[in-house]
Ligand binder design. Structure first.
Ligand SMILES: [Zn+2]
Length: 468
């Protein structure tokens, strides 16, 4: 089965060209000048004239079916990967979880059991370490060598749940420095945050907005700086800050990068578009829809401006979603009358490609940078390149035909995520995902879905391309 995507403007991180793309079976086999089209035979042809052809999106931060806060994220691997596909994402990297007291390999096996046979698109795993001890450190080596898991997430937040102290973090970083893995960090000072939360509750401050007020930007900046210092002590262990939302944290990352350090960071669409006042501070309990950590930041400080600047300058390398959806009814409402009991998370896996494209339309990033931050860099950062993230012979046939003249209106009524609300309700994007191809199979076309669960395969990963 061969597939020709003809006449589109192929966009990559280094530029654009009008070209035809030939996919044979699951792989891209040629990229060529349309003048040579007549010498090519293909079973199926997609006309991309006037549209962009980009490598399939890679969302490097999702939490399908994550048990958290007394409930579980509402998207399964099946519903979440299907929604991702609708939005032009053809690979996710989800987080397998080791809970405190659990064997790392058991946590990983549980995640494989959830995902196996259920995914519509390809998937890989990072590993969350919730209990760094001698066994977990040994398991890190084993996962890198045998399981294709080359990144490990630690938490400076959530004492008693996922939290690691500085000694545990340092030991995991030293291990990663030896085996080449990346340490991913949830950088918020959870010990101090817990004090602020208890004080707020004691004062009767129960509304969702206090979730954000008790997680001040200074405590993200502090934790980010501390993580960078610990990574330096661990002989410049590769460090990746997840869901960065605060200007001060970005400054710390930028300073480390200016020194040539192996420090990287991502942000998420919610931090680029939504704010503490306008969403988290919505009247009544409405703001619970936007309870996530790190929290949405105040619009009275220039966080969003700085995040876009960080995306331009590459101090922010990637836009991921931190997709962790909870329904408003029966999930978010566990926290009615007590913001600290609201499940933490926002769903957005379906909208990342569009929301970052809006940044191109708004003149905040270039077309090339769009593709880089949503696809090419995630592939390179997490050891999937050149199988993913690029349109060239030998790469997987993961393609999106994107229509710059189309529009996308985001709404819970039309989205495909298993959520009863949308964090971006009513947003209009000046662009549209037309066609989505996953390993040579057309899974979205003409507003219809043609994919199937079980098509997605597990992707063992290599080490990051960015390390020398
Ligand atoms: Zn996360």
């Amino acid at each position: 089965m061969s597939l020709l995507v003809k006449g589109g403007t192929v966009v990559g991180p280094t530029g654009t060209q009008v070209a035809d793309v030939l996919v044979d079976g699951e792989k891209i086999v040629a990229l060529f000048d349309p003048e040579y089209r007549q010498v090519v035979q293909a079973d199926e042809v997609i006309d991309a004239t006037g549209k962009y052809v980009i490598p399939g999106g890679i969302d490097a931060h999702t939490h399908m079916e994550l048990p958290f806060g007394g409930t579980a994220a509402s998207d399964t691997f099946e519903t979440g990967t299907r929604a991702a596909a609708w939005g032009g994402t053809t690979t996710i990297i989800d987080f397998a979880v080791q809970r405190t007291g659990e064997v790392v390999q058991d946590g990983l096996a549980a995640w494989h059991a959830k995902a196996d046979g259920n995914c519509h698109i390809d998937y890989a795993f990072h590993m969350i370490l919730g209990g760094v001890d001698a066994d977990a450190l040994k398991a890190m080596d084993q996962l890198v060598v045998d399981e294709g898991i080359t990144s490990f997430k630690l938490f400076m937040a959530y004492p008693g749940v996922f939290y690691s102290d500085d000694g545990q973090i340092l030991r995991a970083m030293q291990t990663a420095r030896e085996n080449g893995a990346m340490i991913m960090m949830h950088a918020e000072n959870g010990i101090a945050i817990d004090v602020l939360v208890q004080q707020a509750l004691a004062r009767g401050e129960m509304d969702p907005i206090y979730h954000g007020i008790t997680r001040p930007a200074a405590l993200e900046t502090e934790a980010t700086s501390r993580a960078i210092a610990l990574a330096e002590v661990a002989k410049d262990c590769p460090l990746y800050i997840v869901h960065l939302s605060a200007s001060g944290a970005l400054e710390a990352v930028a300073a480390a990068r200016d020194e040539g350090r192996n420090v990287f960071a991502e942000t998420c669409p919610q931090y680029l578009y939504l704010t503490l006042e306008d969403q988290l501070g919505a009247p009544g309990f409405e703001g619970a829809k936007w309870v996530c950590s790190t929290p949405l930041r105040t619009k009275h400080e220039p966080h969003q401006r700085d995040l876009w600047k960080g995306l331009r300058s590459n101090d922010l390398a990637i836009v991921s979603t931190d997709h962790c959806p909870f329904c408003f009814k029966d999930q978010k409402d566990l926290g009615v009358g007590d913001f600290s009991k609201i499940p933490n998370g926002i769903g957005g896996v379906e909208h990342r490609v569009d929301l970052v494209y809006q940044g191109v339309v708004d003149g905040k990033i270039s077309l090339e940078r769009w593709v880089e931050t949503i696809s090419t860099t995630p592939a390179r950062m997490f050891g999937l390149y050149p199988r993913k993230g690029v349109i060239q012979p030998g790469a997987d046939g993961d393609l999106v035909v994107y229509d710059p003249n189309g529009t996308t209106r985001i709404s819970a009524e039309t989205h495909h995520m298993n959520m009863d609300y949308s964090a971006y309700e009513g947003f209009e994007i000046a662009g549209h995902v037309d066609t989505v191809i996953s390993r040579g199979a057309v899974i979205v076309a003409d507003g219809n879905y043609h994919g199937q669960k079980g098509h997605g395969k597990y992707l063992p990963r290599g080490l990051s391309s960015y390390l020398v």
